[in-house]
Design a protein around this ligand. Structure first.
Ligand code: ATR
Length: 276
């Protein structure tokens, strides 16, 4: 049986095994997909050990997406642009193909599932780590009016801006630099919620905006709760994105893109009732 895994630290909370089991059922594939905890200083060794035991592919999650980018011996165009990798395919030749399906997952969820076209919109992206870096090019390709990147450490946002220097519609800054500005869409790509914290968002930033948290939870994340209190017009968490990026990884491994709507519903049920 072909084996796959999601690797991260922490990883026990990951819903990727749940999602891939549903995809396998739906498409009649027999696969084994597990969650693999890597020690923070042993990412590479853990990946290579997994491959040695016959592993065919992996998803990579926090905090290893940059290390995965370095470890891949070949990259898809979208992974090169993102400089972050969330999917490995172990080739027969011994090569490790690195891909990044986060961006397409996010765009598909926002534009198709949630019916919110991004062209001409003012977007604020919070965070400048691996998660943010993976979605910048796909967001820019939808031709928004503006993509602002806010980060606690503004220098990191500036270096992302340099990476995409051919686009003139990017601005960067600390959170307070965006006080008083209006955005149509505000995306949380920070890992703050994982520590039950919040980015230092100025008052009124969310008014009438669409707030999207790339993380997901059985209830409102702290980010979405703040957005609600500040008067956001619409709230969405990252459950849809998670399923869509997983479908793209499944396509890379198995040559078929599973149907996602049913699995998004099943994931939401599972988040509410974890034994379902
Ligand atoms: P990931 O791969 O999930 O993006 P990462 O590369 O470690 O993880 O990046 C984490 C991001 O969350 C960074 O943008 C980080 O801000 P800094 O660059 O200033 O560290 C952001 N972040 C984490 N905790 C935060 C908090 N409490 N408030 C604001 N931003 C936070």
């Amino acid at each position: 049986m072909d084996t796959y895994a999601v690797i991260g630290n922490p990883v026990a909370h990951s819903k990727s095994p749940f999602i891939h089991a549903r995809f396998a059922q739906q498409t009649g594939r027999i696969i084994h997909y597990t969650a693999l905890l890597a020690p923070l200083d042993r990412f590479e060794q853990t990946v290579l050990d997994f491959r040695k035991t016959g592993g065919k592919g992996m998803n990579i999650t926090v905090p290893f997406k940059f290390e995965a980018f370095t470890l891949a011996s070949r990259l898809t165009d979208r992974a090169s642009a993102a400089r972050a990798v969330n999917t490995f395919r172990f080739e027969e030749t011994g090569e490790i193909l690195g891909d990044n399906t986060d961006g397409v997952g996010l765009i598909c969820d926002i534009e198709v599932n949630l019916n919110f076209p991004l062209a001409g919109k003012r977007i604020l992206l919070m965070g400048a780590g691996g998660a943010a870096s993976g979605v910048i090019l796909p967001l820019l390709q939808q031709q928004p009016d503006l993509l602002a990147i806010a980060n606690r450490t503004p220098d990191k946002a500036v270096s992302l801006q340099r990476q995409f220097a051919s686009y003139s519609n990017i601005t960067t800054g600390h959170y307070h630099d965006f006080a008083g500005q209006h955005f149509d869409l505000i995306i949380n790509a920070t890992s703050a919620s994982l520590h039950n914290e919040l980015p230092p968002v100025p008052a009124d930033l969310f008014r009438n905006a669409f707030a999207y948290d790339m993380l997901y939870s059985s209830r409102l994340t702290p980010f979405l709760e703040l957005a609600r209190v500040q008067g956001a017009g619409y709230l969405a968490d990252g459950a849809g994105m998670l399923v869509e990026q997983a479908a793209e990884s499944f396509l890379l491994w198995h040559g078929i893109r599973p149907e996602t709507q049913t699995v998004i519903r099943q994931l939401r049920d599972n988040l509410r009732h974890p034994t379902s």
